[in-house]
Design a protein around this ligand. Structure first.
Ligand code: 6PG
Length: 257
């Protein structure tokens, strides 16, 4: 464990200077995991995070792909999402659109290897079921096997939600489904999300948390009472994988020294 890392609940915490450094390091972690996966399995599977924080990290990865000697062979990447809003893929709120604009329009991932959640579906439950079918087929993982991502990227909400697992969500205790479409009271809409079993089957999970608005939630998740029903990010404890909290100094400001 490097000097600027320390052990936290079920994983490691690394505090970096600011959002720029977080993006750079997240890009490096992503590339390192991908290189190992390519070496060991000939492909790498990644579940992208949504929201705003990952944009800068995806831009770092896109810049590397444009460099004279890119680190990664993106032709062997298989890209998924941790969650999606119930909007069309070209909607400003779409996590797919954000990743396409910042990363996927630049890196040469074959379209057949980009697996978006169909947020445009009239019936979110059907979209979730469709995505579960895609996951099982593309990982060749028939039930009850759980697909094992090489890397899952996650963010943290100010209410300690992650992916689209919100406080009080009926999906938090899920043990068999891979994908769900809960109605999120506070948003007044459905979301499509991977469930805890999938997140916890991953080889590597990386949370990216930036900014002072996340400081209280981060302290509650890492140092507060274990209440995953109220702090869904506490549900993420990889069974056989690594967990890294990559946070900037502002987000870490409320953590104990
Ligand atoms: C989403 C994300 C969500 C996000 C957090 C943090 O669809 O919004 O999956 O879980 O990671 O809300 O979002 P920011 O990075 O925008 O703060």
């Amino acid at each position: 464990m490097s000097a600027d890392e320390r052990a936290v609940r079920g994983g490691r915490l690394r505090i970096v200077r600011d959002g720029h450094e977080l993006a750079r390091i997240a890009g490096d972690v992503f590339a390192t995991v991908a290189e190992t996966a390519l070496r060991e399995r000939g492909r790498f599977t990644i579940a992208l995070a949504g929201g705003a924080t990952p944009r800068a990290s995806y831009a770092v990865l896109a810049a590397d792909a444009r460099s004279p000697k890119p680190r990664l062979d993106w032709s062997r990447a298989h890209v998924y999402w941790g969650d999606e809003r119930c909007v069309p893929p070209d909607h400003p709120d779409s996590n797919y659109r954000m990743a396409r604009e910042t990363l996927l329009d630049v890196v040469p991932v074959p379209e057949a290897q980009v697996h978006r959640m169909r947020g445009e579906e009239e019936d979110p439950a059907r979209a979730a079921a469709l995505y579960e079918t895609v996951l099982r087929a593309s990982f060749d993982a028939a039930a009850p096997e759980v697909p094992r991502f090489d890397l899952v990227l996650l963010g943290l909400g100010t209410d300690a939600h992650t992916a689209s697992l919100f406080p009080g969500s009926p999906v938090l205790p899920e043990t068999t489904r891979l994908v769900a479409a809960p109605f999120v009271e506070k948003l007044g809409t459905h979301r499509i999300t991977l469930t805890p079993p999938v997140l916890n089957a991953a080889r590597h999970v990386v949370f990216m948390v930036s900014g002072s608005t996340k400081a209280e939630a981060l302290r509650d998740v890492l140092e507060g009472e274990e209440r995953p029903d109220l702090r869904p990010a506490q549900c993420v404890r990889p069974d056989r994988g690594s967990l890294l909290w990559l946070v900037d100094a502002e987000a870490a400001a409320r953590l104990s020294a």
